[in-house]
Design a binder for this molecule. Structure first.
Ligand code: AMP
Length: 404
């Protein structure tokens, strides 16, 4: 993918700039923001644009209101928190393309910030409806996308608006994500080791197939490995089995036989007699899983082997936990991998961690500072690593030969 036009060296003074941000933050029952990472991640771009005297119009979605107004998913708490973080007032429009948004956008002066209400209150957002995209585009003159997390979706605010405005620029966060993930796919320092885990095979098939052509070693853990073991003829007791993915798992195993990459599956696992924190547990070889027991983490031999492989890596991509890390007895495999990735990074490797659960694990373990790059986009980073073009990135202007 060609490099995209940046906001650096751009002078948007006095211009109305529509900025797609990812303010899809988690809220508790009282609508308090429980994790503001996504807001702070967008601050450099917002500060840069206001510092240049632009009139900044922010757009985001929050949750899945399915095209209807849902007060529980209003972006107002985000506007309030953003104002505190920026230390300037943030105007808040009670609609997206209605009279309030139009009036407030029209009244902005250079350096001011306006946040529109939840884009997904309007069904035109996810449908990429041209009328809705045109109305959004009509609020501003230029488009900036800093929402890597939604770049894999062709929605009105990610694709329709830049099309209507004749292109757009990548914000700093978007630029950084593309540089890290793109660099890892295009010219990784070797050995390149990828670690994939999590429950669902289905969402990771294309990433696994693509990475088998690119990495030196692919380590697999998490609930998805049991479908592999089943396809290899092993008994997996009551471990997670994704029957619908049987064919693709066979395809992956066949590809692994001829691929340049070495595919490593765990040799042992921690099994439990039930899915609970106080379950009885036992460590067994994957060839010895007792009937009615379920594998909930990788075992100690596998942790050692995985850590050893990771310690030799110069490039590391990690997505998905090795076990049910939310329950303390089954968090050990994920912790071991997290530690190994952090140590390899301290020794000079480049590491990228993507996906909500692995990011949560890294934060929980206090290892975030020791990872080269933590991707803000779970789904988007996986699609990117699967080799797909992200529509929201595609819609931005190329860095070369563009004069807007
Ligand atoms: P995913 O959304 O596919 O990345 O899966 C993340 C989830 O996988 C986490 O909530 C983990 O608890 C879960 N998980 C990891 N290992 C296992 C396992 N062995 N059995 C069941 N669930 C698992």
């Amino acid at each position: 993918m060609s490099k995209k036009l940046s906001i650096s060296d751009w002078n948007p003074a006095g211009a109305k700039v529509l900025v797609r941000v990812d303010f899809n933050v988690p809220l508790d029952g009282e609508r308090n923001i429980t994790d503001e990472t996504r807001i702070t991640a967008a601050l450099p771009t917002i500060r840069y644009l206001t510092g240049k005297g632009a009139k900044v119009i922010l757009m985001s979605h929050l949750g899945r209101p399915k095209g209807k107004t849902d007060p529980a998913l209003s972006l107002r708490p985000v506007a309030d928190r953003l104002a505190e973080l920026l230390e300037v007032p943030v105007k808040f429009a009670q609609d997206t393309v209605g009279p309030d948004a139009r009036r407030l956008a029209e009244g902005l002066v250079g350096g001011e910030v306006l946040l529109l209400e939840n884009l997904r209150y309007n069904p035109g957002e996810t449908a990429n409806d041209p009328a809705f995209a045109g109305a959004l585009a009509g609020l501003g003159e230029f488009f900036v996308n800093d929402a890597f997390g939604t770049a894999h979706r062709a929605h009105a605010s990610t694709v329709g608006v830049p099309q209507a405005l004749g292109g757009g620029r990548a914000g700093f966060l978007m630029e950084m994500e593309l540089a890290h993930l793109g660099g890892m796919l295009a010219e990784p320092e070797r050995p390149f080791v990828a670690i994939l885990g999590g429950a669902k095979v289905s969402g990771k098939v294309d990433v696994i197939l693509n990475l088998l052509d690119r990495v030196d070693t692919l380590l697999l853990g998490g609930g998805m490995i049991f479908t592999f073991f089943r396809m290899m003829g092993l008994n997996i007791g009551s471990s997670l089995l994704d029957v619908d993915s049987s064919d693709v798992v066979r395809e992956i195993l066949a590809k692994a036989r001829t691929a340049q990459a070495e595919l490593i599956l765990p040799e042992d696992c921690l099994v439990a007699d039930e899915f609970a924190a106080d379950a009885k547990t036992e460590e067994v070889l994957v060839t010895d899983i007792p009937a009615d027991w379920m594998g909930l983490d990788i075992g100690s031999r596998s942790r050692e082997r995985f850590s050893e492989v990771i310690s030799t890596a110069r490039s590391i991509f990690w997505n998905g936990p090795m076990g049910v890390f939310e329950l303390p007895p089954f968090a050990g495999g994920t912790r071991a991998v997290g530690m190994a990735v952090a140590e390899a990074t301290s020794a000079g490797a480049t590491s990228v961690v993507g996906g909500g659960d692995s990011v949560a694990a890294v934060n929980h373990l206090g290892l975030a500072e020791r990872i080269s790059h933590i991707s803000t986009g779970g789904g988007a980073s996986l699609e990117f690593m699967a080799g797909r073009t992200l529509p929201g990135v595609e819609a931005l202007s190329p860095a070369e030969g563009f004069d807007r």
